[in-house]
Design a protein around this ligand. Sequence first.
Ligand SMILES: *Cc1c(COP(=O)(O)O)cnc(C)c1O
Length: 559
Amino acid sequence: MSAVASSSKSSLKQIASLLLTLDGAKSALFYYVLLVQIIKAHRHLRARGTRMTMKELYTWVSRQIIHVFLKLPSMQKKVSEQMGQARLDIENKLVPKGPDVVRHLTLPNEGKSLEWLIKEMEIMDTEMPGSSIDAWKKGKLSGAVYHGGDELSSIIITAYSRYCVSNPLHPEVFPAVRKMEAEIVSMVLKMYCAPDSAAGTMTSGGTESIVMAVKTYRDWARAVKGITHPEMIIPSSAHAAFDKGAEYMGVKVHSIPVDSYTRRVDIKRVRRAINANTMLIVGSCINFPDGNQDDIQSLSVLAKKHNIGLHVDCCLGSFIVPFLDSTGLSKGDEKGRYKLEPFDFRLDGVTSISCDTHKYGFAPKGTSVIMYRTAELRRHQYYVNPTWSGGVYASPSLSGSRPGALIAGCWAVMQHIGSEGYKNSCAAIVKATRQIADAIHDDIPELYVLGNPPASVVAFGSKHPKVDALEVGDAMSKRGWHLNALNDPKSVHIACTKLTVPLVDQFIADLKDSVREAKLTPSGKGTMVAVYGLGSSSAVGPSMVGQLASAFIDALYKA
Ligand SMILES: *Cc1c(COP(=O)(O)O)cnc(C)c1O
């Protein structure tokens, strides 16, 4: 009996001690999780500041409330009715309708002739009301087509047709394409004053260049610094491609506001947001929204000090900012406006730069270059799979097979234009941009220029209580201009190109007329006012606009 009792006693003891250690382990785990969360919250708070955190919290709460509200059956009916209507409006704007429209929804049984193809393309070019293949040639648009000269087009077509079936995935079959790609990267590296150690690759565009950079730093941070929860810090004015890349690559983003006057990222706040998980900080030269450049010199010092990456987004600055010095325009005007500050590899904290050949390089769409300070850093961009059943697989960027024709087109354009040519186009485009900025500064008191744009983009907001900048944008649309509307602050920009250079006087005249119209007879009905006004002004806005944007993409695939 006693033996049984003593044994049960000892097993009880064992269980108790086990429970105790289990308890200990549990509480240790609890404190560990708590600590991790506190560190996370602390870093988040440091990066954003109390005010912005409160604002974020407020926005989040109000969105939840509205979400619940919109779920009420009566509201849902209303919302789905309105969304349905909006969907239809979008479709009507994009998809040709009517009894004459022939839809090719399945493969034709028998192949068609070249004559038929050309005829059908002619029909498609004209069957949407108000559209025409030549619409862009009128030049009244922001960005989109950067050169459009007939001679350059024929150069691109010649290169295309020669290499139309080539694929750089097979360099031994297409040696010329491999050579041209390597030479494009080399030429662009030289433009950005890269050291001999530097290296790069081509990609399909600015977005892919940026997404690849995010991947490169993620893998670099893991390999070199052991970072498993990587974070990056971007200016609020950085291109959406950084958010996209971070979402794809599982990287946390801290978006730091820009100074409302200079439009440059607030360096003090960037510094505060840096922590042990930071892999990358970002600056633009120039940014997409308002064409200003960040203080790359200060960012470079920060990056160096913390041993983290600094990516400079020159996707838009592309073949403008590297040539500004040689035109004498980088010094700005006599009033001290529009000065360009250092931005390239000569700043030793800059570790990578993206440059779109398909913007101001005038190369065919689908080409861009991503550059790194060292070839070792570039290694982290590659995808290598030595054990794939299809053989050893290795590719430099996102795509596998790639169009060699585009590389040939890009190479041909760069060889044809040369640095003298780029210098001249840079001078013409930047002078035109400054003429517009000067006019807004000096002759249009209702508007103001955002920041101090040194290159090819200028954005305007309103400083007059009775003038809405988006209303001005809509009035410009009526005059045939396709400009870009911007959030926060409500403003409108134009990216000047070769096509806009001869239209500057007309732009300024139209802008003055549009301001008058927006002031005296605002319609409140234009696309910019409707979509962008809603997007930024209410708690429900972003989710509604998000749904509309998705409906827009749906409509693109309606055959
Ligand atoms: C256009 C642009 C990009 C992205 O380029 P895509 O070629 O459209 O993918 C990135 N950054 C800036 C500043 C840009 O203007």
